[in-house]
Design a protein around this ligand. Sequence first.
Ligand SMILES: [Zn+2]
Length: 321
Amino acid sequence: MKYIIGIDIGGTNVKIALMDSKMRIKAKRIFPTSAARGKTALINSACDHVQCLLSEYGVSRKDLIGAGIGAPGAVNVRTGVVHYFVNIPAWREVQLGRIMQKRLKVPVFVDNDVNVMALAEYRYGAGRSSQNMLGIALGTGVGGGLVLEGRVFRGTAYAGGEVGHLQLSFNGPKCKCGSHGCLEAYAGGVYIVKAVAAAIRAGERTYIKELVGGDLSKITPEIIDEAARCGDSFAKSVWRGVGLAVGMGIAGVANLLNIDKVVIGGGVARAGKILFDAIRKTVKERTMKLPAKTVKIVKAQLGYDAGVIGAGALVLYELGK
Ligand SMILES: [Zn+2]
């Protein structure tokens, strides 16, 4: 039996899984990212946990095909260098692949976290049977990953697939990337929360305010979701607005690439039916006839484990398996 290690570096936690070559998880470890401790500490912890997993499960190095890593940021897949980590500004040009390979003594591959999530869904989740797929992660921000004709499409400088920064309007809200009117500025969790708080401050009457006891800093996408489920009309209109923005982004991608599937995951996607109905309606209305007909919009299947499964899938993908 051959094994693979998948490592998912998130903003809060690092998840490590030992999997077989079918990406069935055998054992898992989770530890806090704690950026303040520095990147060397993170790398040391990751290597220690990998070692523990291997000895716990009785796997020898020769049975380990390799390790894959999904990192939030810009990654050069060929060199394994993470140019920057989203949310950890101090970590720049980290030679993650090289260092980990030296320590673990197996092939190590690194890619952007949303690219590996898209690859996971494409190979093992909701994207199976798809030929051209867009994966969207709706979380704090809006991430994207493309798998076209069976290949992960990364672009010239490995910076492609950033569906969150498709431009939806000329003078929309400011986005953290420096531009205005990006999809993320309408549909990213932090932006949604900010817009809701501003509306309440301007006098909007909504159950959301009761749910947070009047403390607007406590608003989260989950709270907005809860209010919507209770029938709050403002909360419902928030999700319809997010669905409109995501749908417009998808319409652009569908018209450009004629993708057959869009797999949507991430915490914000838990808003469920009301959000997905709005996305599907917008895509139908705003996409040209043929690409509208051929694109299916589905929920991600792998959930919480998509990151580690994708990191493992990256190993097989890069080794041509
Ligand atoms: Zn942007």
